[in-house]
Design a protein around this ligand. Structure first.
Ligand code: FPP
Length: 241
């Protein structure tokens, strides 16, 4: 487990820069999001081609609810259309779609399409496409603490038995391994409340490319870069020991 040299199993992506891509062209920000959907489509294809097991995409954060309502509405509509239009593709490619985040805050029409797509793809054994929607990592952690506190209070959980592993079972990502590689586009060097517990030992990769400009080759480059890294998980590598 010390050297990576293998493909990452789980890649998480902060898809940033849609707005700037549009502004640079004198277009409304929503045009950037539309172009961003095209990138999502090619990166899913590339993920399948590369045999990636899990792709987690940060599509909408809890903080994104603060954006103007026109932009929020447009994004919700784009996500809904994506689910409707891509359902057959996901089925054909054996992609299993799941989602993390505060689903109840999403418009009912989007919730319905999410449920339908999840149901249709639930037995698929190919790529797991995990969409973070209305997601915030601090909120996820606080909610986990609340659930654990409740179980302790009701005598169903012994404090001594709360381990890191137990804790992770109270997160949205309980069925998934931690990301091996986290990519952020657009040159921003921050995590923006994404998977804070889960990325403790994740390799980070930042690229100045804006999300709509991100190509399959860029994903391959990030994977190649990952493979060159030595993962020590706090231990020593073979050469050092
Ligand atoms: C960040 O760019 C991007 C978003 C907030 C939305 C991301 C959504 C998509 C790419 C489309 C839907 C996704 C799926 C999974 C179908 P920004 O608007 O913050 O750009 P800026 O930083 O340049 O303003």
């Amino acid at each position: 487990m010390l050297k990576s040299s293998q493909n990452p199993r789980h890649i998480a992506i902060i898809m940033d820069g849609n707005g700037r891509w549009a502004r640079k062209r004198g277009l409304p920000r929503t045009e950037g999001h539309k172009e961003g959907i095209k990138t999502v489509e090619r990166i899913i294809e590339a993920g399948i081609e590369q045999g990636i097991e899990i792709l987690t995409l940060y599509a909408f954060s809890l903080e994104n609810w603060k954006r103007p309502s026109t932009e929020v509405r447009a994004l919700m509509q784009l996500l809904r259309e994506f689910l409707i239009e891509k359902r057959e593709f996901l089925k054909k490619e054996r992609v299993k779609l799941i989602s993390i985040g505060e689903r109840k805050r999403l418009p009912m029409s989007l919730q319905r399409e999410l449920e339908k797509t999840e149901e249709l793809t639930k037995d698929n054994k190919g790529l797991i496409l995990n969409i973070a929607l209305s997601y915030g990592s601090r909120r996820e952690i606080v909610n986990a603490v609340k659930k654990i506190a409740q179980e302790v209070k009701e005598g169903r959980l012994n404090i001594e038995r709360i381990s890191e592993r137990t804790f992770s079972h109270y997160l949205y990502t309980k069925t998934l391994p931690d990301p091996d590689l986290l990519i952020r586009t657009s040159g921003e060097l921050r995590i923006s409340n994404f998977l804070l517990y889960q990325i403790s030992y994740t390799e980070l990769y930042f690229t100045p490319k804006l999300w709509p400009d991100f190509q399959k080759e860029d994903l391959l480059e990030a994977i190649a870069n990952f493979k060159k890294r030595k993962r020590r998980f706090g231990g020593l590598s073979e050469e050092d020991s």
